[in-house]
Design a protein around this ligand. Structure first.
Ligand code: NI
Length: 138
C-alpha cells in the first residue's frame, strides 16, 4: 500500500488524554506524526531483534592517558572493520575523549562491538544507539 491512508482508532478516553499530554510534552503538532514515530520505533526494534541489516552508532567516553587503551580501541575497531562505516574522535578536554562510531550491518555484531568497547579498562561510558538503514520503515 502506498500513499496516505486514513484509518480510525478506538481507545478509552482516559488513554487518549494521556497520549495527548505525552505528545504535547514531546512537541508533536499532531497525533498522526506521533503515531508514525511509535510505529517506526517498533519496526526498528523488530529489525534489531530479527537480525536484519541495521544502522546505528556506538558512542563512548574514555581517558586517553590510560595505558594501552588507545591500542586496544584501535585493535577492536580493526576487528569490526566490515561493520564500521565511520569513526569520529573528539578531544573533550585534557583527559577525556569522545568517540562516535557509525555502524551498518548485523545487529549482533553491533552489540558485540559496543560490549567489547565497554569492557575495555579506561572506557568510562559506552552506549549503542540502535537505528535503521531507513529502507524498511516507510
Ligand atoms: Ni582525544
Amino acid at each position: 500500500m502506498t500513499g496516505l491512508i486514513r484509518f480510525g482508532v478506538s481507545l478509552e478516553g482516559s488513554l487518549l488524554d494521556k497520549f495527548d499530554k505525552l505528545i504535547r510534552a514531546k512537541k508533536y503538532t499532531n497525533r498522526s506524526e506521533a503515531i508514525r514515530d511509535l510505529i517506526r520505533h517498533e519496526l526498528v526494534k523488530k529489525e534489531w531483534q530479527e537480525g536484519k541489516e541495521v544502522a546505528g552508532a556506538v558512542i563512548f567516553i574514555y581517558n586517553h592517558h590510560h595505558r594501552e587503551l588507545l591500542n586496544k580501541i584501535t585493535d577492536i575497531q580493526h576487528d569490526f572493520q566490515k561493520l564500521i562505516i565511520s569513526t569520529q574522535h573528539i578531544h573533550l578536554d585534557h583527559d577525556n575523549c569522545l568517540e562516535i562510531i557509525a555502524v551498518k550491518g548485523n545487529p549482533l555484531e553491533a552489540q558485540k562491538l559496543a560490549d567489547t568497547l565497554k569492557a575495555v579498562k579506561g572506557v568510562k561510558h559506552c552506549t549503542l544507539s540502535m537505528s535503521s538503514t531507513g529502507k524498511e520503515i516507510g
